[in-house]
Design a protein around this ligand. Sequence first.
Ligand code: ATP
Ligand code: MG
Length: 424
Amino acid sequence: MSKTIQAIRGMNDCLPSETHIWQKVESILRRVASNYGFSEIRMPIVESTALFKRSVGEVTDIVEKEMYTFEDRNGDSLSLRPEGTASCVRAGNQHGLLYNQEQRLWYMGPMFRHERPQKGRYRQFHQFGIEAFGFAGADIDAEIIMLSARLWRELGIDDVVTLELNSLGSSEERASYSKALVDYLTLHQAKLDEDSQRRMHTNPLRVLDSKNPEVQAILVDAPKLSDFLGEESKAHFAELCQRLDAVGINYVLNERLVRGLDYYNRTVFEWVTDSLGAQGTICAGGRYDGLVEQLGGKATPGIGFALGIERLVLMVTSLEKLNDIRPQVEVYLAMLGDDVDIQANLLAEQWRDKVPEIRIQCHCGGGNFKKQMKRADKSGAQVAIILGEDEIANQTATIKYLRERKEQQSMALADVPTFLAQLI
Ligand code: ATP
Ligand code: MG
């Protein structure tokens, strides 16, 4: 026997036993985005490698070690997208959607990063993202955070997530802070681990992110980012905090929150949880006022966030939220006797016309009553409708309740659509 082929490590199938939860989560994401006036944008999964190098940054973890990059047959360097913002800005520039306009956009789909697979961390994973262009003020920062907070409420996970907030200032403020930080770290270079020593030269702010307790101890006396913010950045951040206070959204100020991507300025935030083990961030975002220009467009402010759908699905499953999702079908249609199945299928078609929401699974493959009832039970249906030769002759259907202690009943065929409508 030949060996069966397996999926690529870190790239998962989503099986029918899980898809209903995915669909429910996705439908909440779509609806809430639309509640705030955001429209969907769909971008390709493959882009020029240069797009991510220029936006995410050459010396970020994503571009340095995580991208799936390959040569196209004609020699171009292409990459599977590791995130959505770069593609979204690329598309906006290409189609003239950004300059001098306001856009509220969302996207959803697979992203690819060559990371070590573990719970909540995969090589193909799915993000839902929000991007708003053309708004410079703190009102939109507050709005997209409100939108995210609504998502957690609708998913039933709002009591296990925390918002962390920081401001990185303008790119100049960030650069002068970065210089001060490097000066400070240079004095303590010998005590830094290898990773931090490397980052100190390539992407100094990332040192703040270090999980190493010794590095964290050195950072206690490091210069503070907030001391480098100018008046405008401070006012922007203060207004955001005020707006969040006004709508009752709690947050924790985290001066060490810097985000791994190069393009952020001013507001950055993360929603974190303790309920997922090591993979604690479920949603992350911030302002990227320089990115549109950096990718060749005319200067346009932007802000957005991305969330990992796998992590949300893990959370709602382990916390047993969204348990009211309807079973696979409402009705199993059993059919017994010569030629009954053709009649039965015809009736099922008519019922679907009359009650479009109803889900009827018709029995296929013949067999006796016992076999058909076993299938009916396995289908998850609430009721079985049984059609035999007698029923067809009398223009009736037999209704058998599969999940309740209720007597079987006979019903005129003409009454079935009304009965079905009550099952939904
Ligand atoms: P992390 O610190 O967990 O690596 P990140 O900073 O790399 O996250 P972002 O690039 O900001 O993450 O992506 C936003 C969200 O996408 C994350 O908060 C997380 O929920 C999800 N995500 C990121 N990488 C993965 C992955 N490899 N597998 C599953 N979800 C992921
Ligand atoms: Mg990461």
